[in-house]
Write a protein that binds this ligand. Sequence first.
Ligand code: TXA
Ligand code: MG
Length: 368
Amino acid sequence: MLILRDTEQEIRRAAEIIKRGGLAAFPTETVYGLGADAFNARALARVFEVKGRPRFDPLIVHIASRSGLERVARLSVLSPARRALAEKCASAFWPGPLTLVLPKQPELPGLATAGLSTVAVRWPGHPAARTLIRLSAGAGKPGAVAAPSANPFGRLSPTRAEHVVEGLGEKIDCVIDGGPCPVGVESTVLDLASPRIAILRPGGVTREELETITGPIRPALDAGASGAEHGGQNAGEPDAAGPNAPGRLSPGTLKSHYAPLSPLVLHDEKEMAALPREQDGAYLFFSGKSRDAWAGRDRAGYGETGPDGDPAALVLSETGRVPEAAANLFEYLRRLDGPRPGRIHAEILPEEGLGAAINDRLRRAAEH
Ligand code: TXA
Ligand code: MG
């Protein structure tokens, strides 16, 4: 596998690989993606194979232009109101960590969407991702790069090129090394193709931010559970029959996901402070304050170095900043998991803003 630098010249090599049907991993602002030409069914089949991903779990198609969006999604079958909402979301959050589920263009291979009539589309903000998508365009057609996170299915998502090398290594053709991903959790998946809009996966764009554009969004689990609804978000029901059944979830939002190899146990701040120091335990704190509350009651366990130098007790953000915690989440879980501790104890964050996405990943990791 080639490791490429984040320069236009080297990104061009990755784009050539994609155009020839190969697989190129690349940085986005959220996590590293494993990219393939969204219109090449054989390349898509390889993506599922190297990740060990079930084929019922559809991919996100990455675009870098308006014409790219139109090549993969069919906005014209949405009602005018829903179409206007899609346009508003796109102009408010693209390029960025938001994925929109929209009606699919028939030409897009069914493998990209797991046979659904909808497609998940994202216009990423990371410059390397945008350059790659632009350069992978061919024959007068705008680039469309299908890319799941570049990790083996069910494992922690990669936020550095080294994680991709560790997880997929020789199974893929190249990775563009763009350093650590600044957001650190995957994009928010927003379903705009069903009668009632829903967040199928919390992520880099917060519910609060989305709701400034969409109005209140009901939790996905309840979505569609009852019949008629009033209120802004249903003003624009799609003309196309809703592809997802009522009460749906994103097909890929499996309960157990994003998992380290060691068992993970979740606690709130108070419970963390009261945990005994286990010999083979590992600890993931939200803030320095939480760590100190815990360390204060059991300093004896540390020996000379104290908790700061302890590789089995990590702090997502010393000052309790949630975006910093998100950026460190997957890397720190990997570090704690490395020596295969008996258990990893992790602190749940306040359920607001990006905290919702962090908690979602922690809960899925704890399901194993
Ligand atoms: O931040 C991200 O979104 C990253 C980077 C690489 O862009 N990608 C990513 O892809 O997280 P992946 O494959 O790990 O997650 C895609 C999610 C899955 O939960 C999948 O079920 C959902 O998007 N999805 C894809 N197509 C869908 C569709 N048509 N309807 C509903 N959910 C869909
Ligand atoms: Mg993934």
